[in-house]
Design a protein around this ligand. Structure first.
Ligand code: SF4
Length: 510
């Protein structure tokens, strides 16, 4: 960000910086002289840009109501809707900078979220990812909870199973209260049996120093309950190596935890002190030790072979992307295991199919399509029970992962936060399908602009009316003035005539 700002400044460009960093650290030296927009005013970015282009420096950081969920946007992957269910969290982790930017929990209403899900499904979205700093805390500020929301959303998903729901990251504390209900939800055929639960450390004393508000035993309860109740359940977690005060013994407990569960996805990061956080004032573990621990844990994790034994299995997969090699399509099983499908046409994007697993790798498995179960055509255009429709051609770019993890959730680990993977501006180039979407977006915006013009125009007659009124009233005064003047003249003449009459009579009598 510093580099970009310096480049922009030296080229004399008007600059706007938006997101978590200006919200959390508004007084940064680097932000001097540039316009900044916080996380809850992103819907006002057009105003900010316009004012900045006029040469004004704008600072829009005050929190107000949550931004609308249906702001115009272009999805990086047109089959995936990333839906924030709340902003902020109820935590106060000592290493976290995200909290400074996102603040206290603010949940969207269930009605607005369900409405949004219905709307994006009709647009052809095939996966809805619920995102949050902590999905488990959803609704505690508005008297509902996550299972209630999930059930309401599931009721709107197509019965063909063409559209999947992915529940985003949750910390252990609040999800503990609803484990059985969450397990029920994750068993639903249209919900991925996958959850990202960041544990951060296998040592209770480190968790206390982090102020994570749960114990390792509680994390175990979450994992054990879900893996017992949900067939094929997959859990991802995060670890921060070298948190201040972490001893060799603490680190060994983390290694043991990871070895015991052999989770297929573990996002390992090294502790980095974020300015202004309590952890930044704690005594650091020497960086050589932090690096060594991180390497050691990575080696342990990479030695797992989580997908061995899957060869020959038949799985339903949902195909939403093209792999970085440009050859394979990317699908996911119900447990959100990545399946790479070779030699399949791109027309399978957005479809769901049964796939035979042909081989396995460390990070994903390979498969071949046996049967297409649902196509990429939006359900509103189909008879829902008919799965044999033609498949439309489409292509979506991959979504970007969070800076600290391959997950797209808002960060809840180490405060390494990348914002939403969706952009609110149109790219200049794209596939025909994206172009069509851009045209729609532009049309929408145009309608908005047109409405704006109409409202300005509609004020003009009023202004004219006011003007006419003023003129009419001015004419009325002129008339009165004239009448008054005429009256005065008449009175003057009457007085002159009367005085002349008196003078004449007096002269005559004398
Ligand atoms: S790490 Fe996550 S739960 Fe903790 S304060 Fe930050 S955003 Fe909240």
């Amino acid at each position: 960000m510093d580099t970009l700002i310096s480049k922009g400044k030296s080229a004399n460009k008007p600059l706007v910086v938006a997101g978590c960093v200006p919200q959390g650290s508004r007084n940064l030296k680097e932000l001097e002289g540039v316009s900044i927009v916080g996380v809850q005013q992103i819907d006002r970015v057009i105003e900010v840009v316009e004012e900045t282009l006029k040469g004004h420096e704008v600072r829009l950081l005050n929190r107000r109501t949550l931004p609308a969920l249906d702001l115009p946007k272009v999805r990086k992957n047109k089959f995936i809707e990333i839906l924030p269910i709340n902003v902020g969290c109820l935590g106060a982790c000592t290493y976290c900078k995200t909290k400074h930017a996102r603040g206290h929990l603010g949940s969207y209403t269930m009605e607005s979220l369900v409405r949004r899900v219905k709307s994006v499904i009709s647009e052809g979205v095939r996966e809805v990812w619920l995102s949050s700093e902590d999905t488990g805390a959803y609704g505690r500020d508005i008297g509902v909870n996550l299972p209630i929301l999930l059930k309401a959303i599931i009721a709107e998903l197509p019965s063909t199973g063409s559209t999947m729901l992915r529940v985003g990251m949750t910390n252990p504390p609040y999800i503990l209260e609803h484990l059985k209900e969450i397990a029920e939800v994750l068993c639903h055929p249209s919900v991925y049996s996958f959850l990202h639960v960041p544990v951060q450390s296998g040592s209770n004393s480190v968790l206390t120093a982090m102020n994570r508000e749960y114990t390792v035993e509680e994390f175990r309860t979450v994992v054990d309950t879900l893996t017992t109740l949900v067939p094929g359940m997959q859990i991802a977690t995060d670890i921060i190596c070298g948190f201040p005060g972490e001893t060799d013994d603490d680190f060994d407990q983390t290694v043991e935890l990871i070895k015991e569960y052999k989770l297929a996805q573990v996002h390992i990061s090294q502790f980095y002190p974020r300015p202004g956080t309590p952890a930044a004032r704690m005594k650091k573990v020497p960086s050589a030790i932090v690096k060594k621990r991180s390497r050691q844990l990575t080696a342990v994790f990479e030695s797992f072979t989580p997908y061995n034994g899957m060869e020959g299995l038949i799985e339903r997969v949902w195909i939403t992307d093209v792999a970085a090699d440009g050859i394979h399509l990317v699908g996911h099983t119900k447990g959100y295991i990545q399946v790479l499908i070779k030699e399949s046409p791109e027309t399978l994007l957005g479809a769901s199919a049964t796939v035979r697993i042909t081989s396995v790798g460390r990070w994903s498995v390979f498969g071949e399509v046996i049967e297409i179960l649902s196509s990429s055509v939006p359900d509103r255009a189909l008879n829902k029970d008919d799965s044999s429709h033609n498949i439309s051609s489409s292509c979506g770019a991959g979504a970007e992962p969070c800076a600290c993890s391959s997950e797209l959730d808002s960060c809840c680990g180490g405060g390494h936060c990348a914002d939403t993977a969706e952009a609110t501006v149109s790219p200049l180039n794209g596939t025909p399908a994206e172009d069509a979407q851009n045209v729609n977006e532009r049309r929408k915006r145009k309608t908005l602009v047109s409405n704006g013009t109409e409202s300005v125009e509609s004020r003009k007659p009023n202004l004219k009316e006011e003007f006419i009124k003023v003129r009419a009233s001015t004419s009325q005064w002129n008339y009165i003035d004239k009448s008054l003047i005429a009256g005065i003249i008449l009175s003057f003449l009457v007085a002159v005539v009367s005085l002349s009459e008196l003078w004449f009579r007096k002269t005559k009598s004398s």
